[in-house]
Design a binder for this molecule. Structure first.
Ligand code: TXA
Ligand code: MG
Length: 353
């Protein structure tokens, strides 16, 4: 077991000595968790084969699911990617640093483990002073999947990282709670029109404003498990974001959703099951039977995204057996929220009518 160092830093003006301690660890092939604007990442030197292999082991992540490589300047993209199409230049200019990951044809320089044997590489520039300082001081691109055990909800605080990875990693840079709360949008530019492989912090609507036509990969909007041959992003096929509790998502018009959630919660309560409801500010007063938590106002999807993973973890901490979640609109950040909720439920979706 490793001794995991906890380094508290100011999220806007990170303490340079502490960042240097963390950067030393990265340079020597170690593992450091760090905050980004989306979720916490678990970082290793992207060009160090052994370090990236250890990264997979620490998370218990399947070796066929590559991490995102994080950079702090655009010239590194040209070192990691073989081709940078004009569309990518427009997107980087518009959205970086920020929650948008772009998939490029990869350079031979990148170790195969970093890209899980694929011919492509996923790259982003995070919009967070701690992340950028860490990459700069480490003097290398940093491979960083979300800093959770594989399959668990992504961490939005240092405490979440600690709960999953204490003793498995060398250090945690604690820069407080993350601002966006869901992961970056993953966009594939190798197809025409470009295709969103994972909805996230950069809304589809914003991408369409810049690129015109952008499609959603069928997995993104799936309401059930799709056949594996359709997989383009390896992350699509693995179990994701799931708390220990069983999750049920109830979708439909809001009044019908409330009625359905009440029915289901009552049925479980009568069976003696510890049931929780994941509601919103406007609806939570309707539910008396259960542990009720609000994601925030239905009219503020940014706040809902911020709270999602934290609340899923809280239900687990309370020993909830079943979580019944209200669906939210799939516009803006709502598309990412619903994608995570549906996956967390294993596509256990109930349509309320
Ligand atoms: O916001 C984020 O993206 C966070 C923070 C830490 O930056 N990172 C993150 O990494 O969510 P991770 O590893 O948990 O998710 C990476 C996603 C996976 O779904 C993976 O399959 C996909 O990106 N991916 C990575 N490389 C890819 C590639 N070459 N082609 C297609 N998808 C790829
Ligand atoms: Mg992840």
């Amino acid at each position: 077991m490793k001794q995991t160092l906890w380094l508290k830093v100011n999220s806007r003006k990170p303490d340079i000595e502490k960042v240097q301690v963390a950067a030393d660890i990265i340079r020597k092939g170690g593992l450091v968790a760090f905050p980004t604007e989306t979720v916490y990442g678990l970082g290793a030197d992207a060009l160090n084969y052994e370090a990236v292999l250890e990264l997979f082991e620490a998370k218990e992540r399947p070796l066929d699911n590559p991490p995102i490589v994080h950079v702090e300047n655009i010239s590194d993209v040209h070192k990691l990617a073989d081709q940078v199409p004009p569309k990518a230049n427009r997107l980087m200019k518009e959205f970086w640093p920020g929650p948008l990951t772009l998939v490029f044809k990869r350079s031979e320089r990148v170790p195969s483990v970093t890209v899980a044997g694929l011919e492509t590489i996923a790259i982003r520039m995070p919009q967070h002073a701690v992340a950028l300082a860490l990459i700069e001081e480490s003097n290398c691109p940093i491979a960083a999947p979300s800093a959770n055990l594989a399959g668990r909800p992504s961490p939005t605080s240092a405490k979440h990282v600690f709960d999953d990875l204490n003793g498995r990693i060398d250090a945690i840079l604690d820069g407080g709670s993350t601002r966006i709360g869901v992961e970056s949008t993953v966009l594939d530019l190798s197809v025409n029109p470009p295709q969103v492989l994972r909805p996230g912090g950069t809304p589809l609507e914003a991408l369409r404003k810049v690129l015109g036509d952008v499609k959603l990969h069928p997995f993104v909007i799936a309401e059930k498990e799709l056949p594996m041959e359709k997989v383009r992003s390896p992350g699509m096929k693995h179990k994701h974001y799931a708390p220990n509790a069983e999750v049920i998502v109830v979708e439909g018009a809001i009044s019908a959703v409330i009625a359905k959630v009440k029915d289901l919660a009552e049925a479980y309560r009568l069976k003696g099951v510890k049931v929780g409801v994941l509601a919103t500010d406007e609806t939570m007063a309707n539910y008396q039977v259960a542990i009720v938590r609000s994601l925030g106002s239905r009219y503020n999807l940014a706040v809902i995204a911020q709270n999602l993973f934290k609340l899923l973890r809280e239900f687990d901490a309370e020993g909830t057996h079943v979580v019944i979640a209200e669906g939210v609109p799939t516009e803006g950040l709502g598309l990412a929220v619903m994608n995570r909720l549906r996956k967390a439920s294993g596509y256990n979706i109930v349509k309320a009518e």
